[in-house]
Ligand binder design. Structure first.
Ligand code: ZN
Ligand code: FE
Ligand code: FE
Ligand code: ZN
Length: 266
């Protein structure tokens, strides 16, 4: 019923016009629908453009505002305009300036790289070989903690992304989340159930059921995102995500209006 994490072709690795994504959301009967385009400071790979340029990000904002003007007042989902802010510590000033310059509905914070390694990029999969998987998770969750210290995000994106290709730490992902929990609660951020993971080699949501149950017990708020990079992915597995949340006793999911949290009963 809500899906706040969707991309547009302006990031160079998604297809379909925003109007097609929104039309799909309307067909599915979603109540709230949000775009969250990658930030222009996302780490690029080998000269391959995998994020919007600054100029393209401006286009994204223009297109979103035009879309909102045409869409608001029609039936269909409430349209939310957000950003997926890449956590790269050296770009904190840019992130802050971006946040100040545009009244986003929500900021999703995501970690996609450790140093110059884009660990979720299929072309960099070979770089997992010979690594200590537990150490990768330690560095990853340290980055998540540092991202919370940015104090710029409303939603943690795909909380346990390093598991994408099936690399699981011997100590279990739950132990890392347990350690992060006080910071997560103190930061007051929501965690998305990112349903894209179900369609990746790991075959489960980010985060998976055990972590969702633990976060729910701690009272961490949740939101939902398909991370669609094409219109047919809009709303994928959202029904299953809602079932999972309900099974964990969660009664509402969060959506955001100009960064103010709004609860939606489930
Ligand atoms: Zn993407
Ligand atoms: Fe992401
Ligand atoms: Fe995304
Ligand atoms: Zn993503």
């Amino acid at each position: 019923m809500i899906d706040l994490h969707n991309h547009t072709p302006l990031c160079h690795h998604a297809v379909g016009e925003p109007e097609e994504y929104l039309a799909r959301a309307r067909t599915l009967g979603l109540r709230e629908y949000g775009f969250s385009e990658h930030s222009p400071w996302m780490l690029q790979y080998d000269g391959e453009q995998i994020a919007p340029t600054d100029a393209e990000f401006d286009q994204y904002l223009d297109r979103m505002q035009a879309l909102r003007e045409r869409h608001d007042g029609t039936d269909g989902p409430v349209l939310r305009i957000g950003i997926e802010m890449d956590f790269r510590p050296e770009h904190a000033a840019r992130a802050r300036a971006m946040a100040a310059a545009f009244p986003f509905d929500h900021h999703i914070g995501s970690v996609h790289n450790l140093g110059d390694w884009i660990f979720d990029h299929p072309d960099r999969l070979h770089e997992w070989a010979g690594r200590d998987v537990g150490q990768v998770y330690r560095e990853y969750f340290a980055a998540i903690r540092a991202m919370l210290d940015w104090n710029l995000i409303d939603i943690v994106g795909h909380l346990d992304l390093p598991k994408k290709f099936g690399h699981l730490p011997p100590e279990g992902i739950e132990s890392f989340v347990e350690e992060l929990l006080p910071d997560l609660v103190a930061a007051g951020v929501a965690v998305e159930i990112n349903t894209a993971g179900r369609d990746k080699p790991v075959g489960e949501f980010y985060p998976g059921p055990a972590v969702v149950a633990r976060l729910a017990r701690a009272g961490v708020p949740f939101t939902l995102g398909s991370d669609a990079h094409k219109p047919s992915e809009v709303g994928r597995h959202i029904g299953d995500a809602l079932e999972l949340l309900r099974g964990c006793g969660v009664r509402e999911v969060m959506t955001f209006s100009q960064r103010q949290r709004v609860g939606v009963r489930i």
